[in-house]
Design a protein. Structure first.
Length: 196
């Protein structure tokens, strides 16, 4: 009896895994967009964006308001765990938005593991974090580097022009606590100095 139940459970798991594998969309290969660095503008950003922790899409016009400077930071894993605390360490007088650069992760990780991790990471922050599932956001910025310790800061000016103002790095395993508060602050300070 127990053997039969175990067989049924095992076959159910295998069947579910096979069904998921066969019906999953294929991963997209990220390619550099035709936009050059000198031409980056909010018009190239996707019109609808998915935010971490939100069930509905948000308009890019809501996040990046015309006539207002906005700091945009693209990060991945370890770097986002540090960048999310920018306002904790420094007084920032402009809105900023984070982008989770996870487009190269395997599809099953993006579906099952990453959303929960990002929600947990951003739970104490009131900074919007874009869940860039398909890479359309980073592609519009010509940002294809998915190094988990790197982050890339962009300034969106009042006219919607976007420029890369700083590229930074954090320690490996920062998400697991490898950096002290002082180290986190020090890794963000060069970026903040550029904002003043």
């Amino acid at each position: 009896m127990l053997k039969n139940i175990l067989k049924i459970v095992f076959l159910g798991i295998v069947g579910f895994g096979l069904l998921t594998y066969l019906t999953a969309e294929e991963p997209k290969n990220m390619k550099k967009s035709s936009v050059t660095n000198g031409e980056l503008n909010v018009v190239n950003i996707p019109k609808s964006l998915e935010l971490v922790g939100s069930e509905k899409l948000v308009s890019s016009d809501e996040l990046f308001k015309k006539g207002e400077k906005t700091l945009l930071i693209v990060g991945n894993h370890d770097s986002l765990s540090v960048v999310k605390d920018l306002k904790k360490y420094f007084e920032i007088n402009m809105p900023y938005v984070m982008v989770a650069n996870i487009s190269n992760a395997p599809w099953f990780i993006k579906k099952w593991a990453i959303p929960g991790k990002l929600e947990e990471l951003n739970k104490d922050s009131n900074v919007p974090m874009i869940y860039d599932y398909d890479g359309s956001m980073v592609n519009s910025l010509n940002q294809l580097d998915t190094t988990k310790t790197a982050y890339f800061a962009y300034m969106i000016d009042e006219n919607g022009n976007i420029s890369n103002i700083y590229n930074g790095k954090v320690k490996e395993d920062a998400m697991e606590g490898s950096m002290t508060e002082e180290e986190k602050k020090a890794s963000l300070e060069p970026l903040v100095n550029l904002l003043n």
